[in-house]
Every structure is written in structure tokens, then in C-alpha cells.
Design a protein around this ligand. Structure first.
Ligand SMILES: Cc1cc2nc3c(=O)[nH]c(=O)nc-3n(C[C@H](O)[C@H](O)[C@H](O)COP(=O)(O)OP(=O)(O)OC[C@H]3O[C@@H](n4cnc5c(N)ncnc54)[C@H](O)[C@@H]3O)c2cc1C
Length: 815
């Protein structure tokens, strides 16, 4: 064994494909002092028993890009390292056996084109021409991705390891990491079976053991192990090496060629977890007991698809454990709990496909100290407190595993582990007909069933059953008044003598206003990209109150805490649970509010973007005059214990004015009309405020330094390379969901970041960035083109708009 060094800059734990890819990319990027520690031998975790299918298409562009990079890397890895990788770009075929699945494939084809992937929709006979031994009598169509492929997982890993070694990485096998030293909130070393290593950074690539490695440092890595099985058959006539991989989601199975036979695996609807009481430390180079009884349901499906399977000999049934996560995406990045502790784990049976891109992205993150592009769907900061509960994680992960090949419906909610976090109004809203969704564990009313309706979603790709009910909520908000429970908003307080200067450094907008004022602002990275999108209210000289989206609680807290200027006398605290939030919105909101409080809430006394404390039902309430729906309104931040009384008082007063309960689906429709951006879809780290049409919220005109200022100033001179625009399609039979491709004068120039129906304007509304092949995009360019959207593979004409569709003068908001 190579002697253990006493010191290193970066220690990677785990010699599976992810650890080796991360090591390889760190080394390629010039990292000099990297050690990889593997408890047993390289590839002896999940990697050696992977089936090796490599697909690329995901619903997020950044993840699709990572997977596409994997494919490019695998193209050249063999030549680079001199080791064979078994990599073949033989394409990937995906079948549809009913009309809804075909729509799903067509939508996926459009998404693929939006992201620049080649993807074709085939007829059943065209699909059969690519896969002659399959029966297509129940197939209605297929999608084909010619750039997909398959690889030998162990060989690819060995090639990555050789590449890493050549560039100076030390790989030490048979070395078990037994503890992690954390001092002052930062990693300082690891304890191993062979001794201690002092280090600056630790990278946890320990596969299904990553959760327990995380625990050694006090870091939550929410994954659990699931049993995953596939068979390998004897050779079958007609199975050739160039056969594409095949996914048959309606039968829950997949295939790939292997030595003239087939590998066939799948996702049972009743999946089995493994290692619930802990993963044995010595589970290396081992498999689980094959479970034919459980696998038989998939095998029967396979025989129907490929009749030759019935008679062919079975060489092996593999049952391997693999780590899965509660949302089906992997976990990447620096842990919010401990500085310099990075994670790359939880690959949900696509670790071979993801390894190239994930390893590179993680290496960049480690070296730069922050992600170099938008990785939000896989960012470790997307989790919250609920994910520390392994039982909760397991139940949601089992549900997601079972749904792996299920139809991915728009607006889909999941059922397991609910209800978990409840607003104090949960029972009241339930009694009022709320159909709840869940976000970061919080139950939130999506919509309210009307008399005779069941508060249950019925999914489809067209208008769903809640369409009319949400329309009523939307219109009530536009014409009278609606009450939204937004208690799950994340809320922070920044307190201390340096609070103003610290926040001015963090925020792109000028938050240094007098107490009583509220500011909408973005927090930017050095590239000018939007890391957070939130409101900052000044409570008094040294106290600021920050409100941000439910799902961004961990991430925004992490961003703010990391970027508070060193040495500043300021404290950041999370006060989310202290206050319920009732958003009272609509032209009659003032009448309702004035009814329940003695404080003057006229425009003169409390103009837009101001705040005050007032009393409702005996409770002291912080009223922020702000809106995300484009109407006169207030966010009322109510002490949790008083939420029921305040809600009741508002509902009683609201009766006279036609007030209704309304939910998150109405908010979405209202904000689309008003052109308010949503972080995570319309805006994020890869887009600047200038590109997003939010330049008005950047204090470039003031002589105040802030993060990202230089990048924004430079972009202002050069002009943004893309710009967010609004698109409308009046045809009510069309449903925009986001990711539809944008064409300008017949050329692909972007895709929709979000889409939906505007009930007041009676049109489909979408937002998307328009690019110009790298050149600056100006208004003249935007408005001079002729635009189409590709929706479900069909091109439709659309109108482009700049500025808000609804109330661009802000007269309603400022009423
Ligand atoms: C049956 C099956 C089929 C699959 N098919 C596919 C497929 O077709 N396509 C695809 O893309 N993916 C597939 N996968 C998924 C793929 O195998 C995994 O996602 C991938 O191998 C994960 O790699 P990893 O490096 O994260 O984990 P692992 O390969 O498990 O590596 C983790 C390593 O960490 C080491 N380690 C753990 N604890 C310590 C410690 N304390 N000290 C030192 N070292 C430690 C372990 O020994 C192990 O070698 C499949 C998985 C299974 C189970």
C-alpha cells in the first residue's frame, strides 16, 4: 500500500465512478495535492454492478448539460488514458404504449430540442427497425436519441482513475475513513484505519455510505439504499452490438445489449429498500441475494416485449444496492452545515451517465468555492430539516423509486410522508376545501375545491380538473380580494450595528432606506448571476427582516451567511417558524384590512413598499405592503399562536367584500400576467438582472459597492447576450408548461422558463430568454423578429411582449 501522507489539500472519500471522476477533473483543473481514499478496491461499491446505460435527457437544462458532457468525455477517455471503456454511442430508444405517454415523449422531444439534443419521434415500425426482436403491437410511438449510449462502468472508472493518477492524484485503496475532524465549523482532517491526514477539503463520494460519512461531520446527506435488479441473458439471435438501449416505461423495464445477450432491469411498483439499520461496512464487491419472486413481475413484462426472452437461458440475476434520494436527483456541493465539506452522492441509478458531468461540476465547485453554473436541481442546499429524518427520506424515496418510469405529470404532487409541516391554518383551510401540495415538507394550499368538488388533483397534459376553481380564485383576487396562506415563506432577521452595510454589500438593490421601508432585491454572484431573489424590510436602524421562498430557505441562508463581510458586527437568524403569513390581495384588500385594524392603512399613511406594525384581533402583526400577484395588498406576518384568530377576523370582515381563500396555483397564474419572475425557473445563477429585465432593481447609479457590481457594469456596456421576454399564445387548446422551444424567424433562440394560463387576459403566457448566438440582444432585435413556440413538437405562432402584460403602470399595486 502507498504510505499514507500526513497532509493533503483535498481528500476524496470513495473510489467509485463519482470519486474517480471528481479526482480526474480536479487534477485536470490543476489541483496539485489530491488524495483519494477507498476502503476496499476501486469500483467495489455500486459501480461494479451497474448495468451501464447512459442516457442524457432530463427536465433541467443544467443536468442535461452535465449528462451530455459525460457522453463527450466518454467519447475520448479511451484514447486519453489507453484503457478501454466499453463506451458505445449506439443510441437510446424510449417507447410509448398509450396516447398520454406519447404526449410525454413529444414534450420530452421538444425539451430535448430546447436543450440542443438530437431527438426524433418514431413510428412503431421505425422503432422496430432499430430493435427487430421486439413486439410493437401495443406501441404507439417512440423517441430516439442517437447520441445516447452504454459503457462498462468498471472500465470507465479505471480509466478515470488512471487519468487522475497521471495528473498527480494519489489513490490509496484498503484505507477506511473512520472519522472527520471539524473545527470552527470547517473541515480540518480525516481519521483513517491507516492514520490521520490533515486537510483543507473533504469530498464525500462514498455512494450508499455517504449518509454515514456525512454524519461523521454533522452533515445531512438524505439518501437511502434501494435494491435494484436486472438479469443478463445468454445470447439471443438478432441482438447485435449496435443495438440501442431501450426503455419501456409503460412496462417499467429497460434493456441493453451485452455479449450478444440482453441486460434487462426495471423499477418495481413495490420497491424494496435495503440497509435500513445501516449499510454494512464490509459490503464491498458483494451483491444482495437475487429475489426472483420480486423480479418476476418485470420479467413477465419483458417477455411480452421481447418474446425471445421466454426461451433464452438466464446467466445471472443481479441484485445490487444503490443510493436513491427523495426527489430522484443526485446530491452535489458544499454542505451548508460545515465549510469545505463537499458531497457527490445519491445517484439514483444514473451515476454512470452522470459521472463525467457531475465529477467536473463538483471539481469546479471545490476549486472555485461556489458552483460555476446553475446546479439548483442537484444542489445539496435544496434540502431542509425534514430531510434529516431518515424515515421520512426513506418513505419519499420509495415512492419516487416506484414512480421512476411513471408518467411525469405536470403539477404532480407526491403522497408519502405527509402531512409533515403544517401552518397553524392547516385545519381551517382543509375545512374550506383546500387541496394541499407540499414544499420542503410544508403543506400548502394549491387550490380550493368548490361545492361538490373533491380537493384532489386529476392529472393530464391538458387542463386539469382544478382549472376552473383556480380561475375563480384568480378572478376574485383581480376584482375583489383573496387571502393566501403563505406561512411557509422562509424568514430571516439580520441584526447588528453593521447590518445595513453588510446587506448593502450582499444586495444588488439599495436597501439602505429608512426604517419602515421594504426593498425587493436580488443577491448576485461575482458573475452578476442571481443567487437569491427576496425582500428586505428595515424594521429599525439595525434590524432587517428578509422574506424568501419556501424552497430556498437553506440555500438563501447559506448564501447570506457565507457572504456577510468578515468581521462585521451582525447576526443572521432564521425565524421562519415564528410567524404565519397571510397575504391579503386585491382591490378590496384595504377595505378588509381597515375593518380589522384601527391603524390607518390608506395609501398616504402606508404607501407601497412600506411596512408597519398593526393590531388585528388583539395580535401585533407586521404588515408589509408588497405583492407577488400584481394587486393592492399586504403580507401580514402574524405571531404563530395568533394566526387562527387573525385569519378568522379577516374572513369575517372579508365576507362583505366577497373575499375568498386562494392557493398557490392562482398565485402562479397571477404572477405570470404581471411578469413577476420566479427564482429557479425564470431567474437563477446563470442569469443577470439585466438579462432578466430587472436592471431597475440594481443600484448601479449609487456609489455603493456590492457583490456582482463589476459584472453588471460591464454587461451594461456590452449589452446582455440574452434577454427574458414574454410570449403569448391565445389558443386555449394549447397548454404551456415551460421548456417549449422559442424560434425567431425560424431559428432556435431559447426556450420557455415558465408557462401557464392567465385567466384575466385569457391567454397562455410564457417567459423565456432569447439569445442571438452570443451577440448582444437589444430591444430592436427582440421586437423585429417573427416568433414561434414549439409545443409538443408542433410549432405555433406567438406574440412577443416586453414589460408586464397586466397593469404595466403599477396603478393597481400602488392604489
Ligand atoms: C443494479 C444496478 C444497476 C445500475 N445501472 C445503471 C445504469 O444502467 N446506468 C447508470 O448510469 N447507473 C446505473 N446504476 C447506478 C450506478 O451504479 C451508481 O449510481 C454509481 O455507481 C454510483 O457511484 P458512486 O461512486 O457514487 O458510488 P460507489 O460506486 O458505491 O462508490 C462509493 C465508494 O466509497 C467507498 N467508501 C464508502 N465508505 C468509505 C469509507 N469510510 N472510507 C473509504 N471509502 C469508503 C466504497 O467502498 C465505494 O467503493 C446502477 C446501479 C445498480 C445497483
Amino acid at each position: 500500500m502507498t504510505p499514507l501522507p500526513s497532509q493533503a489539500e483535498i481528500v476524496i472519500i470513495g473510489g467509485g465512478i463519482i470519486g474517480c471522476s471528481t479526482a480526474y477533473h480536479l487534477a485536470l483543473a490543476g489541483a496539485k495535492d489530491v488524495i483519494l481514499l477507498e476502503r476496499a478496491q476501486l469500483t467495489s461499491g455500486s459501480t461494479f454492478h451497474a448495468a451501464g446505460l447512459v442516457g442524457q435527457l432530463r427536465s433541467s437544462r443544467s443536468i442535461t448539460q452535465l449528462l451530455s458532457y459525460s457522453v463527450d468525455l466518454y467519447d475520448s477517455l479511451e484514447a486519453d488514458t489507453g484503457l478501454s471503456t466499453g463506451w458505445r454511442r449506439n443510441g437510446g430508444l424510449r417507447l410509448a404504449c398509450n396516447s398520454e405517454r406519447l404526449v410525454e415523449l413529444q414534450r420530452a422531444a421538444t425539451t430535448g430540442r430546447s436543450f440542443g439534443l438530437e431527438i426524433e419521434i418514431l413510428s412503431p415500425s421505425e422503432a422496430r427497425a432499430l430493435w427487430p426482436m421486439m413486439d410493437v403491437s401495443d406501441v404507439v410511438g417512440a423517441a430516439f436519441l442517437p447520441q445516447d449510449g452504454q459503457a462498462d462502468p468498471s472500465d470507465i472508472t479505471q480509466a478515470l482513475a488512471r487519468g487522475a493518477r497521471r495528473h498527480g492524484v494519489r489513490i490509496i485503496q484498503n484505507c477506511n475513513v473512520e472519522g472527520i475532524d471539524v473545527r470552527g465549523g470547517r473541515v480540518v482532517g480525516v481519521h483513517t484505519s491507516e492514520g490521520e491526514i490533515l486537510c483543507e477539503k473533504v469530498v464525500n463520494c462514498a455512494g450508499q455510505w455517504a449518509r454515514s460519512i456525512g454524519e461523521m461531520a454533522g452533515v445531512s446527506v438524505p439518501l437511502v439504499s434501494m435494491q435494484h435488479q436486472y438479469v443478463i441473458t445468454e445470447p439471443i439471435e438478432g441482438v447485435t452490438a449496435d443495438l440501442p438501449t431501450l426503455r419501456d416505461p409503460d412496462r417499467l423495464i429497460y434493456f441493453k445489449e451485452e455479449v450478444g445477450g440482453l441486460v434487462m432491469g426495471g423499477y418495481e411498483p413495490d420497491p424494496l429498500s435495503w440497509g435500513d439499520t445501516g449499510i454494512p461496512e464490509d459490503f464491498n464487491g458483494r451483491l444482495l441475494q437475487p429475489d426472483w419472486d420480486h423480479f418476476e413481475q418485470l420479467f413477465e413484462q419483458a417477455v411480452e416485449r421481447v418474446p425471445a426472452m421466454e426461451a433464452v437461458g438466464i446467466r445471472k440475476l443481479i441484485n445490487g444496492p444503490e443510493s436513491f434520494t427523495p426527489d430522484g436527483n443526485f446530491i452535489l456541493g458544499e454542505a451548508p452545515e460545515v465549510r469545505s465539506f463537499f458531497v457527490g452522492a445519491g445517484f439514483n441509478a444514473f451515476g454512470i451517465a452522470a459521472a463525467g458531468g457531475a465529477g467536473r461540476a463538483l471539481a469546479e465547485w471545490i476549486l472555485a468555492g461556489e458552483p460555476t453554473s446553475d446546479l439548483w436541481p442537484v444542489d445539496i442546499r435544496r434540502f431542509g430539516a425534514v430531510h434529516r429524518d431518515t424515515d421520512w427520506v426513506r418513505s419519499r424515496t420509495i415512492e419516487m423509486y416506484a414512480k421512476h418510469y411513471a408518467m411525469a405529470w405536470p403539477h404532480e404532487e407526491h403522497a408519502s410522508g405527509r402531512p409533515r409541516l403544517r401552518s397553524p391554518l392547516y385545519e381551517r383551510l382543509g375545512a374550506a376545501g383546500a387541496c394541499f401540495g407540499s414544499k420542503l415538507g410544508w403543506e400548502r394550499a394549491n387550490w380550493f375545491a368548490r361545492t361538490g368538488e373533491k380537493p384532489e388533483d386529476e392529472y393530464s397534459f391538458g387542463r386539469q380538473n382544478w382549472f376552473e376553481a383556480v380561475g375563480e380564485e384568480h378572478r376574485a383576487c383581480r376584482t375583489s380580494v383573496a387571502l393566501f396562506d403563505q406561512s411557509s415563506f422562509a424568514k430571516f432577521v439580520v441584526d447588528g450595528p453593521d447590518a445595513e452595510s453588510a446587506l448593502q454589500w450582499l444586495c444588488a438593490n439599495d436597501v439602505g432606506k429608512p426604517p419602515g421601508r421594504l426593498t425587493y432585491t436580488q443577491l448576485l454572484n461575482d458573475r452578476g448571476g442571481i443567487e437569491c431573489d427576496l425582500t428586505v424590510s428595515r424594521l429599525d436602524e439595525h434590524r432587517f427582516y428578509i422574506v424568501t421562498g419556501t424552497g430556498f430557505r437553506t440555500r438563501d441562508h447559506d448564501w447570506i451567511s457565507r457572504h456577510l463581510p468578515a468581521g462585521s458586527d451582525v447576526e443572521l437568524s432564521d425565524v421562519t417558524e415564528e410567524h404565519a403569513v397571510l397575504a391579503l390581495m386585491g382591490p378590496r384588500a384595504r377595505l378588509v384590512l381597515q375593518h380589522v385594524t384601527e391603524t390607518d392603512v390608506s395609501d398616504a399613511a402606508l404607501p407601497f413598499a412600506n411596512l408597519t406594525m398593526l393590531t388585528i384581533a388583539g395580535a401585533t402583526v407586521l404588515a408589509l405592503r408588497v405583492t407577488y400577484v400584481g394587486e393592492l395588498g399586504w403580507e401580514l406576518h402574524v405571531p404563530r399562536a395568533a394566526a387562527g384568530d387573525v385569519y378568522d377576523a379577516l374572513m369575517t370582515a372579508g365576507r362583505t367584500y366577497g373575499m375568498v381563500n386562494a392557493g398557490y396555483r392562482a398565485i402562479e397564474s397571477l404572477r405570470l400576467e404581471k411578469g413577476y419572475r420566479a427564482w429557479g425557473s425564470d431567474i437563477g445563477p446563470d442569469h443577470t438582472p439585466l438579462e432578466a429585465g430587472l436592471g431597475w432593481a440594481v443600484k448601479l447609479g449609487r456609489d455603493i459597492p456590492f457583490i456582482g457590481r463589476e459584472a453588471i457594469a460591464a454587461q451594461k456596456v456590452a449589452g446582455p447576450p440574452e434577454r427574458l421576454a414574454c410570449f403569448t399564445v391565445d389558443d386555449p387548446d394549447i397548454t404551456l408548461l415551460g421548456r417549449e422551444t422559442i424560434y425567431r424567424d425560424g431559428r432556435r433562440v431559447g426556450w420557455l422558463t415558465s408557462g401557464g394560463w392567465g385567466y384575466t387576459l385569457e391567454t397562455n403566457i410564457g417567459y423565456g430568454y432569447v439569445n442571438r448566438g452570443g451577440a448582444a440582444v437589444d430591444t430592436e432585435y427582440l421586437t423585429s423578429g417573427d416568433y414561434e413556440l414549439e409545443v409538443v413538437t408542433r410549432r405555433v405562432h406567438c406574440a412577443l411582449h416586453l414589460g408586464a402584460l397586466y397593469d404595466p403602470e403599477m396603478s393597481r399595486v400602488k392604489a
